[in-house]
Ligand binder design. Structure first.
Ligand code: UDP
Length: 337
């Protein structure tokens, strides 16, 4: 039987970690990536097909050539702040990308899709409770809108055309492969943990904390940081899960525990042996005070148990990678800012 899995965006951060988990489980990942943000050095567990995510014909051919039975669709734009300034890019790449993947799956008769979704689908939570999949979906930025539109397109295709799909709503992906084969490298970097590590290890690198007056215990923003290797494992499990009549299910992926920006800075200080210097800035547009997952559906439905339970271990893995190895900027990096 076929064990080919097309991994769009497989040269990126979560995509490359997922390729490793797939290979370790006996699947044959085939990476489909344009290397606009991904790294060729991160493609270690199967072939690379270079292509645009909106190119239905190329996607169809990649699925047919490699005898693919499932697709994991990571390729997309991921920055909340950028999406506010360039919504055109987000609607184009994230929505037309899903459309192309779905059409290619119909043509190549591929039955299972796993979709990279996000906690940004929920918008600002109504209260302090962890978010469950039944909470209302009200994105507050074009990034969240474009990902929710992708989920809805996928659900409609499942209902109408008999595909099956799981949308995995990530909270804050963080940490790095324990063996350091792949890691996290965004250009420019915007995520808190890598920026705080950079600031701790290199005093010339600035770190700005976005707001200290949130309605939380210490006044800093709270997020649910979940290790990328745990995320990767959930994708592998989702490939084989039995789905109900609708053929579509969304699941949160988080640890179910929140950490404030200052708790992250403390963990980085401990891992690096040096506190990162930071300045205090205004709140970032589109940042809710608290985003924490209720992950019990993924745990029950997928048999998923995150192995990384505490923030310190997650941060330690990111620091180890930063000290030993880094990916350079992608050669083809297109400036879209
Ligand atoms: N953050 C910050 N300074 C930065 C980047 C992020 O204070 O330079 C905060 C941000 O406001 C949020 C948390 O760190 O509360 C995580 O942000 P990140 O961009 O890492 O992930 P996101 O939650 O946007 O997916």
């Amino acid at each position: 039987t076929s064990c080919g899995i097309l991994v769009t965006g497989g040269a990126g951060y979560i995509g490359s970690h997922t390729c490793k988990a797939l290979a370790q489980t006996g699947y044959a990942p085939v990476v489909y990536d344009d290397l606009s943000n991904g790294h060729e050095e991160a493609v270690l567990w199967g072939p690379l097909v270079r292509g645009d995510i909106r190119d239905t014909a190329r996607l169809t051919k990649a699925m047919a050539d490699h005898d693919v039975f499932g697709v994991i669709h990571f390729a997309g734009l991921i920055e909340v702040g950028q999406s506010v300034h360039r919504p055109d890019l987000y609607w184009d790449c994230n929505v037309n990308g899903v459309a192309a993947v779905l059409e290619a799956m119909r043509s190549a008769e591929v039955g299972r899709l796993i979709f990279s979704s996000t906690a940004a689908c929920y918008g600002t939570p109504p209260n302090d409770s962890p978010l469950s999949e039944d909470d209302s979906l009200n994105p507050i930025n074009p990034y969240g809108d474009s990902k929710l539109a992708g989920e809805r397109m996928i659900a409609a295709y499942c209902a109408a055309f008999g595909l099956t799909a799981v949308a995995l709503r990530y909270f804050n992906a963080s940490g790095v492969d324990a063996e350091g084969q792949v890691g996290e490298a965004h250009y420019p970097e915007t995520h808190l943990i890598p920026l705080a590590i950079e600031a701790a290890l290199d005093a010339t690198q600035p770190l700005t904390v976005f707001g200290d007056d949130f309605p939380t215990d210490d006044g800093f923003c709270i997020r649910d940081y979940v290790h990328v290797t745990d995320l990767a494992q959930a994708h592998v499990l989702a490939l084989e899960v039995e789905l109900g009549a609708s053929g579509f299910e969304a699941m949160n992926l988080g640890r179910g525990r929140g950490s404030s920006v200052m708790e992250v800075i403390d963990a980085v200080a401990k891992a690096c042996g040096r506190r990162p210097a930071y300045s205090l800035g205004p709140r970032r547009a589109g940042d809710p005070p608290m985003l924490v997952a209720e992950p019990s559906r993924a745990m029950a439905r997928l048999g998923w148990t995150p192995a990384f339970t505490d923030l310190q271990a997650i941060v330690d893995s990111a620091v180890a990678w930063r000290r030993h190895r880094r990916f350079g900027a992608p050669a083809s990096l297109k400036s879209v800012a």
